[in-house]
Design a protein around this ligand. Structure first.
Ligand code: NAD
Ligand code: ZN
Ligand code: ZN
Length: 375
């Protein structure tokens, strides 16, 4: 079938994207779902910094590719053996498909699925196939098994989680990445206990979701750090107790508020320089959690003795260490109970045609989550 999709053919084009238009809206051929796969009509798709990093070339992927990985949709057709779903189901996607067979999956850590990671790196679905076709007969890659900047997509059933159909699609989409990553980093990776001190560096969709996660965990103080005053103001309205401007004084400021450093410090910028600040703002015995994704060439170093003499921990958190089928319904229930107001992260609704302008806005820090609402 034919479907319209936003295609990236070349990474690293200069800004403004409103002029260079790295994402082109094209009519592509989409093959029917194969074994274990399903055809999904996209209802809403969020713009995440990880998409922007692919556009910039900071997170290199095989080209050409249909971008987008944070989305909600409705199942339209099932391939053979797509267990657990029926036509008409409302779903959100997880951006690592879980094979269920590898060691991390067996350990209950599907965010680290080895077969899922290999498929994501190759630009295929979990089973190894590509269902997009580039005219005439060329290969077109999937983004993280999802490729949501499209009217329709084909995914592995192991990339999807069923959700309550009452959830508005533009809110549902956020659970696929920002919420799963930010809230998951706090509740799953760090397991922040009530009363612990938390600092979050970087107040985009991921960082603000981490602030919401820290609030629901009962952390105090919750210190929110960003260069942009509007982001800091929003964090305060979401329950952060303090907001600090980033810059030369940030570590001293955070250490003053937390009495010598915080128990848990989250980096959600994607900068190795900010990660070093996060480490410096962590107290003796505390944990620094990296959720931002720096360019693969970047290194991070710490005084080696501090790990031992201060019993420090540094942890990475991918997809919020989530078990999507457990965590998406859990986080949705918290939202529906009014305890996790993730709708506050949604700042803009855009059309598929406005996707390049949306990425300019994200790069300029003028938006938190922008969601493409499919018409
Ligand atoms: N670990 C994962 O599974 C995962 C999932 C999604 C996104 N990510 C990564 O997380 C990062 C954040 O994603 P996002 O979509 O929230 O991005 P975003 O662009 O919406 O937010 C980044 C924020 O960082 C702020 N910032 C910039 N420089 C800063 C500094 N020096 N100190 C403090 N804050 C600073 C910006 O003003 C902005 O508010 C990206 O690197 C993204 O690739 C990781
Ligand atoms: Zn993302
Ligand atoms: Zn696996």
């Amino acid at each position: 079938m034919k479907t319209r999709a936003a295609v990236l053919r070349e990474m690293g084009l200069p800004r403004p994207y409103a002029v260079t238009r790295p994402l082109r809206i094209e009519e592509l051929e989409l093959a029917p779902p194969g074994p274990g796969e399903m055809l999904v009509r996209i209802s809403a798709a969020g713009l995440c910094h990880s998409d922007l990093s692919v556009i910039e070339g900071a997170r290199p992927r095989p080209m050409p590719m249909v971008l987008g990985h944070e989305a909600a949709g409705i199942v339209e057709a099932l391939g053979p053996g797509a267990a657990g779903f029926t036509e008409g189901d409302h779903v959100v996607f997880s951006f690592v498909p879980m094979c269920g067979d590898c060691l991390p999956c067996a350990e209950g850590r599907p965010a680290l699925c080895e077969n899922g990671a290999a498929a994501n790196t190759a630009g295929t679905l979990l089973g190894g196939a590509r269902r997009w076709c580039d005219a005439p007969d060329g290969e077109m890659n999937h983004h993280l098994g999802v490729s949501a900047f499209a009217e329709r997509t084909v995914v592995s059933a192991r990339s999807a989680v069923k959700i309550d159909p009452a959830l508005p699609p533009e809110i549902a989409a956020l659970f696929g990445c920002a919420v799963m990553t930010g809230v998951g980093a706090v509740l799953n990776t760090a397991r922040v206990p009530a009363g612990a001190s938390v600092v979050v560096f970087g107040l985009g969709g991921v960082g603000l979701a981490a602030v919401l996660g820290a609030v629901v965990a009962g952390a105090h103080p919750v210190v929110a750090v960003d260069p942009l005053p509007e982001k800091r103001a929003l964090a305060l309205t979401l329950g952060a107790s303090h907001a600090v401007r980033s810059g030369d004084h940030v570590v001293a400021d955070v250490r003053a508020i937390t009495g010598g450093g915080a128990d848990f410090v989250f980096e959600s910028v994607g900068s190795e320089v900010v990660l070093a600040q996060a480490y410096a703002a962590t107290r003796r015995g505390g944990t620094t959690i990296a959720t931002g994704l720096p360019h693969p060439s970047k290194q991070f170093s710490v005084p080696a003795v501090s790990l031992v003499a201060e019993e420090r921990s540094v942890r990475g958190s991918y997809m919020g260490s989530a078990v999507p089928r457990r965590d998406v319904p859990r986080f949705v229930a918290l939202f529906q109970a009014g305890k996790l107001p993730v709708d506050r992260l949604l700042t803009h609704r855009v059309t598929l045609e406005e996707v390049n302008e949306g990425f300019d806005r994200l790069a300029d820090g003028q938006a938190v989550r922008q969601v493409i609402v499919m018409t």
